[in-house]
Design a protein. Structure first.
Length: 54
């Protein structure tokens, strides 16, 4: 029974880490977006505004 709980906890931790990575873009993505001339701003209300700078 203890082994089942350990396996479930490991699965939950793995899934939560994978989902966090999906929702937070990496630094490389942000850098490539700047190189293409796209600047995005996130407001405290949660809205995101993007504009082309080139």
């Amino acid at each position: 029974m203890k082994n089942i709980f350990k396996i479930l906890i490991l699965i939950l931790v793995g899934v939560s880490m994978a989902s966090c990575e999906l929702f937070s873009p990496s630094q490389e993505y942000n850098q490539s977006r700047k190189e293409r001339g796209r600047e995005c701003y996130k407001y405290p209300s949660g809205n995101v505004y993007c504009e082309d700078t080139k």
